[in-house]
Design a protein around this ligand. Structure first.
Ligand code: NAD
Length: 501
């Protein structure tokens, strides 16, 4: 392709995509047996991209059996960490070589502008490299013991890991689960969101091309209430790694309990605070960052900072600037390189956002800007929306909207800010803005949330390259992601004791 930054070039490339909707099981693309189907719909214009099959019990059994067989044969699980690491580095190469196709698939399926999806694929391949490099540094632990004994602590793979993922960063979130699981020797069955499956299906092809043996990574498509449920209830799945809504996370805990007590990792919803402390002077830059903190990816970001708590002295100047910036924002065609604001992922999501905004308005919430769809921009666009004067206990300040909608509230003391920030059933992440680093350090340690970001916009995932680890709290779920602890989350502890004499 000549120039990927030109609108016509992206549209032309989208037209030329050859889309294979078949599942990947046992190293081959196969037609699923299920009778239920669903469409992948472009949220920018409502066009149907593809029709996919929702995997049935027979299909789920086949995918899990394929993963189990590969695991038991040891073609991957018995390799050394260094051998797996080398293969994962080749997977990173494959992802980078196909980055435009992968970015395009995410953009047409869930509306993320290519200006976001292309760098997102680069970050995603960084996850693969980060994990590949880290897995080679893990060591088994020799325990102090008597001269005639040898004792070791080991970490062993669970076996078959099922990964169920959402649509907001389709490939990125899938890689954040699949790659650590693979690195530790597990076999995987991936079920992406029904709204955005295509980049994950291509990931299956790329894994094979990189040399990951057949059956080690399987990708099946399907509806959550059918295929997802069957996977979560499956007796031969050892670990279920999920990212998605808290409501689905609750169901998965029940399914694990009803079936084989499979291990669970749940990354669920959030309602994260952005706390702005007094004494800041670059208010233009700060306003830009605060808006980006909840409008990026049209607000469909788990760590979106949607409760904006501002020191009273800065409240009005920041409100004025934020409203100005938000009113200047224009949604656009995701396949136009200049577009920063795309549509929501589906008409259902547009309705959900609209309903929550209307309900808050009817409870007396004042809308400083936004509060309506933006039909001129495309089918599922919603205007960036800012509420003021909502009580902190209002549902809009407590429930995840998953759209470009936030509430702004003033506080008088840092203690009050901390109390408000922690007044949430969620505990996913938090952002602090201040020049007082002693105060930032104290508050960052006390605020609920896995990643706490100071003086930068929160990013959605842990940095595998840096090795940071995060774990949600409360209704945001549990289970570590990122760093060495995030790799160990895909293992069980085991110990060996040898009597030598
Ligand atoms: P969702 O819960 O509706 O769906 C997520 C996945 O679960 C999809 O693959 C879906 O098919 C599947 N699913 C749905 N019902 C199921 C069931 N009964 N049994 C098994 N699987 C089922 O979430 P979504 O709407 O796709 O994504 C948005 C949510 O994801 C938001 O709440 C967001 O905060 C959350 N999210 C969290 C993080 C994080 O790291 N904590 C990251 C991204 C998204």
């Amino acid at each position: 392709m000549q120039n990927p930054n030109e609108r016509t070039a992206w549209h032309e490339q989208a037209r030329q995509l050859s889309i294979d909707t078949r599942a990947l099981i046992g190293g081959a693309r196969v037609e699923l047996q299920g009778s239920a189907r669903f469409d992948s719909v472009n949220p920018q214009d409502g066009s149907i991209i593809a029709s996919l099959v929702s995997a049935s019990q027979v299909d789920v059994d086949a995918a899990v059996a394929s993963a189990r067989q590969a695991f038991s044969q040891g073609c991957w699980s018995q390799l050394s960490p260094h051998q797996r690491s080398r293969t994962l580095l080749r997977l990173a190469d494959q992802i980078e070589q196909h980055r435009e196709e992968l970015a395009l698939l995410d953009s047409i399926e869930m509306g993320m502008p290519v200006s976001t999806s292309l760098p997102d694929i680069a970050v995603a391949s960084g996850i693969v490299r980060g994990v590949a490099e880290r897995v080679g540094t893990l060591s088994e632990q020799l325990l102090p013991s008597a001269p005639d004994t040898l004792a070791l602590n080991l970490r062993v793979p669970h076996g078959v890991v099922a990964a169920i993922t959402p649509w907001n960063f389709p490939l990125y979130v899938a890689l954040a689960k699949v790659v650590p699981a693979l690195a530790m020797g597990n076999s995987v069955v991936l079920k992406p969101s029904e709204l955005a499956s295509l980049s994950c299906l291509r990931l299956g092809d790329l894994a094979l091309a990189a040399g990951i043996p057949a059956g080690v990574l399987n990708v099946i498509t399907g509806l959550g209430g059918q295929t997802g449920r069957l996977l979560a209830l499956h007796e031969d799945v050892d670990c279920l790694s999920f990212t998605g809504s808290t409501a689905t996370g609750r169901l998965l805990m029940q399914y694990a309990g009803q079936s084989n007590l499979k291990a669970l990792l749940l990354e669920c919803g959030g309602k994260s605070p952005q706390i702005v402390l007094d004494g800041l002077d670059d208010l233009d830059g700060l306003a830009r960052a605060l808006v980006q903190g909840f409008v990026w990816n049209s607000g469909q970001v788990c760590v979106s900072g949607t409760r904006i708590l501002v020191a009273r002295a800065l409240y009005q100047p920041l409100l004025d600037r934020m409203v100005g910036l938000m009113e200047a924002m224009r949604g656009g065609d995701p396949l136009q390189a200049a577009t920063q604001l795309g549509p929501l992922a589906s008409e259902a999501q547009l309705r959900r956002v609209g309903t929550m905004v209307e309900a808050a308005r009817s409870r007396g919430g004042r809308i400083a800007t936004g509060g309506a769809p933006d039909r001129d921009a495309g089918l599922c666009h919603y205007r960036p929306t800012l509420f003021t004067d909502l009580p902190h206990g209002d549902a809009l300040m407590q429930e995840e909207v998953f759209g470009p909608v936030a509430g702004l509230l003033a506080f008088d003391t840092p203690e009050q800010a901390l109390q408000l920030a922690n007044d949430s059933r969620y505990g996913l992440s938090a952002t602090l803005w201040t020049r007082d680093f002693a105060l930032a350090n104290r508050m960052a340690r006390q605020v609920r949330g896995g990643p706490v970001t100071v003086n930068a916009v929160a990013s959605p995932g842990p940095s595998y390259a840096m090795g940071s680890s995060v774990e949600p709290a409360g209704a945001s779920g549990f289970g570590v992601e990122g760093g060495t602890a995030g790799l160990l989350a895909y293992t069980r502890a085991k110990s060996l004791h040898f009597r030598l004499a």
